[in-house]
Design a protein around this ligand. Structure first.
Ligand code: TPP
Ligand code: MG
Length: 559
């Protein structure tokens, strides 16, 4: 907003700039270091979500970036605010999500004295963010914010951190706005697509592995049509299950933690692996064991929007520097000397056999059965969020994602992500059903954002898988140090009472058959809700128990 002097404060210029770049939502925890921005929010039509901890605020912004492809935005205060938020910056980096975080900074004339909560953000975030900078000159706000949006969203997306000194924000300046940034599509060249067509036509058993960001619903649909035409099996990498309709006849499964052994066999025996969009990081590559490094033992095509990712780990037989959106658009134009043919039918049969029915589980609540119920009963556009923990294995295995952005979960394996992500999704899409899945450990890492859900009247349902432990670590512990339980047990609060104390709805489920009624009640109540599931700690994965893992490890040790 311009004052009578026709000038704006740098903070006003900044907020105007956000609107120009298409930002609708910002997430923040306030701080005295950026009061002028808070004041500029007052007269703007930005939707502001004030959070309870900066980690939550930053994860909310990351979730927005993940599902929209446009930078999510958060504001945090200096020092402790910024270090709290680091969790979300790390996620945006590993998950390749566009994010711009603004950090209040000490006044320019006190810098380098280690003033109150002063940090050097270029150094702190130097190896974590895609770019970290500070704005010294208020007339350069439009330029630097514009660069931040281009940097965060293009190539391989990632987080940008901008420190904003408090005295800089209140300076009044006459400066023109920068125009809206534009996402840049990197398209494949005709020569690469010809080579791709040759490889595909010659392949005996091709398989497609999708991952990464820079996708859209249209891009997913184009890949689905292409794979259908040539019966190509398509699998998705860890927590990218939403890139391919899992009810589609070509969907071959989830390549993450504990994948279908038949899927691994299929990939290993494939003579043409086509990786679209992802980095094929440690988890989908099964600890870097699936393919030889640097030169995979099979014909390997890698399509990635970041040139620097091509050849970084794998030396591909064909590298295509393109966004998945542009690459999938080029698929329809491909000409083949001989029509390619894959074995999607067999791959699909393997997938269905692995996921159709829940496995047997110790205890009275079978989380596989809960996921199958959700798969059969949630609306097709429902959004699921989660953080990290063994409970997510049942989500990956038994749910069937159908639409782009339907699963919002950290590829980085960060606990505490599900609740903030659900808040963000409900802010963005109030009409859609949002379900957060959380472990008992996982939930309490950012459970305080349940208060944000209540404050903004965001009725999503959180399902807490309560097994009384940091189960994942206990599992590793039993495998490496059988019987020596150390620092993995949890004495939990009464989760339904926690929900009620915050002003939400809470209910505990002790038997699988009581889950549907509890879920319906949670839906009807119209409040943020927590359904706590009483899980037998023995039910450590969909396929094994703690006792079995311990017995096997002990037997190995005694050999
Ligand atoms: C922020 C963070 N801290 C620690 C870890 C290490 N970690 C991975 S899974 C896990 C335990 C998760 O426990 P819970 O949420 O109860 O799920 P469970 O494994 O019991 O299903 C831990 C501590 C992590 N991934 N992220
Ligand atoms: Mg647990």
């Amino acid at each position: 907003m311009r004052g009578k002097d026709n000038l704006r404060s740098a903070a006003e210029v900044l907020v105007d700039q956000l609107r120009i770049h298409g930002v609708r939502h910002v997430f923040c925890v306030p701080g005295e270091s950026y009061l002028a921005v808070l004041d500029a929010f007052h007269d703007s039509d930005l939707s502001v979500t004030v959070c309870r901890q900066e980690g939550g605020a930053c994860m909310m912004a990351e979730a927005v970036g993940k599902v929209t492809g446009r930078p999510g935005v958060c504001f945090v205060t200096r020092g402790p605010g910024a270090t709290n938020a680091a969790h979300g910056i790390h996620i945006a980096r590993q998950d390749s999500s566009p994010l711009v975080m603004f950090v209040g900074q000490v006044a320019r004339d006190t810098r380098e004295r280690e003033a109150f909560q002063e940090l050097d953000y270029r150094a702190v975030f130097g190896s974590m963010a895609k770019w970290a900078t500070e704005i010294d000159d208020p007339t350069r706000v439009p330029e630097i914010v514009s660069r931040a949006f281009y940097t965060a969203a293009n190539g391989r997306p990632g987080p940008v951190v901008i420190a904003i000194p408090e005295d800089m924000l209140v300076e009044r300046v006459a400066v023109p706005d920068a125009p809206a940034f534009t996402p840049i599509e990197t398209s494949p060249g005709p020569a690469e697509m010809r080579k791709f067509a040759e490889l595909l036509a010659a392949a005996r058993a091709p398989i497609v592995i999708t991952g990464g960001s820079r996708w859209s619903q249209e891009a997913c649909d184009r890949l689905a049509r292409f794979s259908e035409k040539y019966a190509l099996p398509v699998c998705t990498t860890f927590r990218r299950g939403y890139l391919f309709d899992q009810t589609h006849p070509c969907y071959a499964g989830d390549l993450g933690i504990g994948p279908n052994p038949k899927l691994l066999e299929r990939i290993k025996s494939s003579d043409l692996v086509i990786v679209i969009g992802g980095r094929l990081g440690e988890l989908p590559s099964q600890g870097y064991t699936l393919f030889d490094i640097p030169r995979p033992q099979t014909q390997f095509v890698h399509v990635h929007p970041g040139a620097e990712e091509l050849g970084r780990v794998y030396s591909p037989h064909l590298a295509i520097h393109a966004t998945p959106t542009a690459f999938t658009a080029a698929l329809a134009e491909l000409k083949f000397a001989r029509a390619p043919a894959g074995d999607a039918k067999a791959a699909r049969a393997d997938y269905l056999a692995w996921t159709e029915k829940p496995t047997e589980q110790p205890g009275h609540v079978n989380f596989g059965a809960v996921m199958v119920w959700l798969r059969d009963n949630l609306p097709a556009d429902a959004i699921l969020t989660n953080g990290a923990g063994n409970y997510s294995a049942w989500v990956h295995r038994f749910f069937r994602f159908r639409r782009f952005g339907q699963h919002v979960a950290p590829v980085s394996g960060s606990m505490g992500y599900g609740v903030p992500a659900a808040v963000a999704m409900k802010r963005l899409y109030p009409e859609r059903q949002v379900v957060c899945l959380a472990g008992d450990g996982d939930f309490l890492m950012n459970g305080q954002e349940f208060a944000t859900a209540v404050q903004y009247d965001l009725p999503f349902i959180t399902i807490v898988f309560d097994n009384g432990m940091y189960g994942t670590i206990r599992m590793h512990q039993e495998r490496e140090y059988p019987g020596r339980v150390s620092a993995t047990g949890l004495r939990n609060p009464d989760f339904p009472a926690y929900a009620r104390a915050f002003g939400g709805f809470g209910i505990s489920v002790e038997r699988t058959e009581d889950f549907p009624a509890a879920f319906r009640e949670a839906q009807r109540c119209g409040k943020p809700a927590i359904i706590r599931l009483a899980i037998d700690p023995e039910a450590i994965t969909p396929t094994t128990t703690l006792a079995k893992i311990r017995a096997r490890a002990q037997a190995e040790k005694n050999r």
